[in-house]
Design a protein around this ligand. Sequence first.
Ligand SMILES: Nc1nc2c(ncn2[C@@H]2O[C@H](COP(=O)(O)OP(=O)(O)OP(=O)(O)O)[C@@H](O)[C@H]2O)c(=O)[nH]1
Ligand SMILES: [Mg+2]
Length: 370
Amino acid sequence: MGFFDKIKKAFTGGKEPELTESAEKMDKGLAKTRKSFSDIMNEFMANFRTVDEEFFENLEEALITADVGFETALRISDELRQEVKLKKAKKPEEVQQAIIQKLVEIYEAQGMEENNELNLQEEGLTVMLFVGVNGVGKTTSIGKLANQYREEGKKVLMAAADTFRAGAIDQLVVWGERAGVEVVRGKAGGDPAAVVYDAIERAKEEKADILLVDTAGRLQNKVNLMKELEKIKRVIQREIPEAPHEVLLVVDATTGQNAMVQAKQFKETTDVTGLVLTKLDGTAKGGMVLAIRNELHLPVKLVGLGEGIDDLQAFDPNEFIYGLFKDLLTPTGDLPEIATTLEEPTEMEASAEVEEEEAEIEDSQTQEDE
Ligand SMILES: Nc1nc2c(ncn2[C@@H]2O[C@H](COP(=O)(O)OP(=O)(O)OP(=O)(O)O)[C@@H](O)[C@H]2O)c(=O)[nH]1
Ligand SMILES: [Mg+2]
C-alpha cells in the first residue's frame, strides 16, 4: 500500500467509529508538536533554491533539529540523493512531498513487525511496571490508564512502589481517588519490592484484572535505581512467572534527544517492552517518534496529550504520522480531502474512493511512460 493510502486508511477505511474520536483528539493534542515540526521544515524549504549538495546538508540539519535522530537524518538524505524524482523536482512543494514521503516510507518499513498494543491477559492478572527518570510522567500516566480500565469495567489496582521521593505515595493516592481505583501502599522510605509483593497478593485475593506499578524516578544513584527495578521484577516473577506483562518506559517527548539517551540506557539494563511518550501536547518536535522506531526499535504503546485524566491514548502509528505531517502535505491537493473526511465513509464510498485512486495511479503511470 502506498504512502497516501496508508495515511488515508487511518482516517477513513476499516476502523471502528470510536477511533475517529481518538484520531481527532490526537490531532488536537499534537497541534504544537506539529507546528514545531512544520516550522522547521518550512524554514528549511524557504531557503530552497536547487537540489544541490548544500540542500542535502541543510536537510540533514533540519531533520536533526526536528529530532528525527542522527542516523535517520543521514539515511533520509542519502536515500533522497539517489532519487531521480527529487533531482528533477523544480517546485518546492514537490521537494517537500518527496522528503515527507521518504520519512513515512522509512517509518513504515521499520514498523512492519511492531506491535503497539498493550499485552493484556485475557484470563487472570496483567501486571504493568512503569519505569523512567523523574518527572517524565509515570505517576500521571498510571492514574490516567487506571481510570480508563476502570471505566471499561475492569478491576484495577495500583501499587505505590516509589517510596523514595517524599510525597510520591500521596500523589498516587490522589490519582487513585480521581480514578476510583485502590492504591496498595507501604511506608515512605520502605522497601518498594515489599509493596509490590503486597499488591500482587491483594490483586490475587481480589481477582483483579490489572495491576499498575509506579516506581521511583530517582534514587541515591542510577545503579541503585536499576537494582531496585530488578528486585521489583524478581518479586513479581516469583509470584507470576510470565509477569510483568509490560515494562513500560515513560519518556518526556519535549526533551528530544535526551529522552532517546535515557531510553537507550534503560533498554540496556531492563527488559523494556514498550514506551509511553508523554507531553506530546507540549512543544515536542515529534520527529522523535521516527527516531524511536528507526534507531531504538521499541514500540510506542501510549501517548500523553495533556495533564487531564482523559489525556492518555493508545498509540496509533498512522494517526500519529498524519497528525504530525498533515500541515506539510496539503500542497499536493491530495490530502485536504482527507482532512475533512474524519467521518466514516460508507462502504460504497470507500470502495469508490479506492477505485478512483487506482485509476489516478494508473493515469499517472501512463503519463510517466509517455
Ligand atoms: N502537558 C503534559 N503534562 C504531563 C503529561 N504527563 C505528565 N505531565 C506532567 O508532568 C509532571 C510530572 O509528572 P509525574 O507523573 O509526577 O512524573 P513522574 O515520572 O511520576 O515523576 P517522579 O515521581 O518524580 O519520578 C506533572 O506536572 C504532570 O502533570 C502530558 O502528557 N502532558
Ligand atoms: Mg511519580
